[in-house]
Design a protein around this ligand. Structure first.
Ligand code: DOR
Length: 425
């Protein structure tokens, strides 16, 4: 189909201050016109009636683990991108903790080849800050940055322990115009316990209690480098307290997951189980502070941290939860409906802002842009059923939740990939 006419939907595009009912014409994979009443008879044109639905720039999830290569029993590029399309995401950014990790140009090229073969949505990747995410030597950021699918640097579950290494990484990333997106968690792989204070920049406390110290240290490290510092999955009030005064210039941003925004450490899922995830679920007070940070604008981005694991690995204690197919519904039901944020804010934090921070195409419905579009039905009532997910994994704390609001169509580069809850490509 060469043309598609989206009729009568309510367009919300915060980047261009659009919030009105409009038709949208898509031609040759691009947005070609937006106007209240487009009446055209074109050859090879599909017309879609969207009255009562919302038309928003394609949603972007900037924190996703697709596990390929190396852990294909948990997820693959194919199943992960089907899962993204089901959740209304036209674009995702992968974490580099695959096996081997994405720390060389060969690994980035391999990832990009797999995406061309099996990806159903737009897929970009982060690469490691340090070789093997071991925190010792920097990756070749210049070479890695030369690849168009590389958008940021992160050592994923491993914070860069040494202050001096972190500083140099921020300088290098800035020289290549890429953001650094650190995890400020303590991981099992690297324990802060044995690292002297002079090297780390702060006094280590207990395991998983150092998030805010890393935030504080990294804010200090980034000063004067010109690098964009985007903190992955913040979870503590204290972390947001350090970030809030830094918001002015727009070069220090942060994200939160739906689970850290909604669930506290006492939450038990439909099977009565506690949620095992990094960062761990926090106190009730922290959850309230995260919500405040979201509505005050301290939290710029909502990202799922989709982290698939097999049941066997979960039983062995693997941390992580999946979220591509639930994030939008959970955000609308639990954050938009109770007026913690508006739908416009949700679109800003799930499309506009990630596009800006990671400098990727998207986050806008202006004519000329790639036609990445998500259609939302705010009235659609549904119950999360993890067994029916397109993802290979089932580790979802929202299983069984009753939600109201869902993506009913996902359009990637002008092609419908998901329609009414079914993959159609
Ligand atoms: O719980 C988590 N699991 N948090 C992360 O940040 C990484 C992820 C994983 O890779 O499983």
């Amino acid at each position: 189909m060469k043309h598609m006419l989206l009729k009568g939907g309510h367009v919300i595009d915060p980047a261009n201050d659009m919030d009105f009912v409009s038709d949208v014409l898509i031609s040759g994979g691009k947005i070609s016109a937006l106007s209240p009443n487009i009446n055209l008879e074109l050859n090879e044109m599909e017309t879609v009636d969207l009255s009562g639905k919302f038309v928003v720039p394609g949603l972007i999830d900037c924190h996703v683990h697709l596990r390929e290569p190396g852990y294909e029993e948990k997820e693959t590029i194919e199943t992960g991108s089907r899962s993204a399309a089901m959740g209304g995401f036209t674009t995702i950014i992968c974490e580099p903790n695959t096996r081997p990790p994405i720390d060389t140009i060969a690994a980035v090229e391999d990832h990009a080849r797999r995406v061309v073969d099996k990806g159903m949505v737009n897929i970009f990747t982060k690469a490691c800050i340090t070789n093997g995410s071991r925190g010792e030597t920097l990756t070749d950021m210049e070479k890695l940055s030369s690849h168009s699918s590389l958008v940021a640097f992160s050592d994923d579950g491993n914070p860069v322990l040494r202050e001096e290494v972190m500083e140099r990484s921020l300088q290098q990333a800035a020289a290549n115009d890429k953001p650094v997106s650190p995890h400020c968690e303590d991981s099992a792989f690297l324990s802060v316990k044995d690292v002297p204070k002079e090297v780390l920049g702060f006094i280590p406390r207990n395991i998983f209690e150092n998030e805010s110290n890393f935030v504080k240290r990294d804010i200090k490290c980034v000063e004067g480098t010109g690098c964009h510092l985007h903190f992955s999955h913040m979870s503590l009030k204290e972390s947001l307290d350090y970030i809030a005064p830094q918001k002015g210039q727009g070069t220090i941003t942060c994200e939160a997951t739906p689970h850290h925004l909604l669930l506290d450490k006492n939450y038990r899922d439909v099977n009565g189980a506690l949620t095992v995830v990094n960062p761990p679920l926090r106190s009730y007070e922290d959850v309230q502070a995260m919500k405040r940070g979201l509505s005050d604008g301290v939290v710029d981005v909502i990202a799922s941290d989709h982290a698939p694991h097999t049941l066997a690995d979960k039983n062995l204690g693997a941390p992580g939860i999946i979220g591509l197919e639930t994030t939008l519904g959970v955000v609308i039901t639990e954050l938009v409906r109770p007026n913690i944020i508006s739908l416009r804010d949700a679109v800003m934090k799930m499309s506009t802002n990630p596009a800006r921070i990671f400098k990727i195409p998207g986050g806008s419905l202006l004519p000329g842009m790639d036609a990445n579009v998500t259609i939302i039905d705010m009235e659609k009532e549904w119950v999360v059923n993890a067994n029916a997910f397109e993802s290979k994994s089932r580790n979802c704390p929202f299983d069984g939740w009753k939600l109201k609001g869902k993506a009913v169509m996902t359009i990637v580069a002008g092609e419908i990939v998901m329609r009414d809850g079914k993959i159609v490509i």
